[in-house]
Design a binder for this molecule. Sequence first.
Ligand SMILES: [Zn+2]
Length: 243
Amino acid sequence: MELTVLGCSGSYGAAEVGGACSGYLVREGDTTIWMDCGNGSFVNLQRHVDPADLTAVVITHEHPDHCVDVYGLHVLLRYGLERSGVPLYAPAGAEERLGALVQWGDTFAWHAIDDGARTTIGDMSLAFSRTDHPPPTYAVEVTGPDDHRLVYTSDTGPGWSVDAFAPGAELVLSESSYEHADRRSPIHLSGRQAGEAARAARAERLVLTHLWPRVDPNVVAEEGSDAFGAAVGVAAVDLTVTI
Ligand SMILES: [Zn+2]
């Protein structure tokens, strides 16, 4: 599998060019999943893939920095490409709540995700786990045909951990919003907390994402690496990792 970062800024867009919010492409063979549709991520997506080739979309929760670019995709699919029935996995009720702004028509085939839910999308299988974050929020485990696994935490506080999934994932992509000494909210993790959780779950590799734009990424990476016990990566737009 291949993971490409389309946006990784925590909670609001960062000032730099391409400072988009959460969005990731997960690809395996002919299967392409857009996982989280944060503001700005659709712009970056189109540099990597033709939106007509998307197999499915996953929205982990209804915070704007994880979902609002689904509106741009909807406009293109409905009025440009005249597509219908594109699979979209999201928390129950998302179709109605996000639909307050648009008429979805039959553009998407909506599938509700829930704690413990599993599904297969092309060559990949997905499992979901409810995290420690106020709106219903689901971490995603993606397993490829070679059984290599990506675990994406979405947003979470320390009351949930990646060990909700089986240990030993090839890659954990963990939110890491804050420096540990300056945790602004209990609904997110620090670099240290992300590193500790990934180490406990015996992750092979750890990439930190969703850093609050005002934190020093070097500090977060250093404390994350210390806690993880090995050097961690920090997400950046266009970063591509083979899993
Ligand atoms: Zn959130």
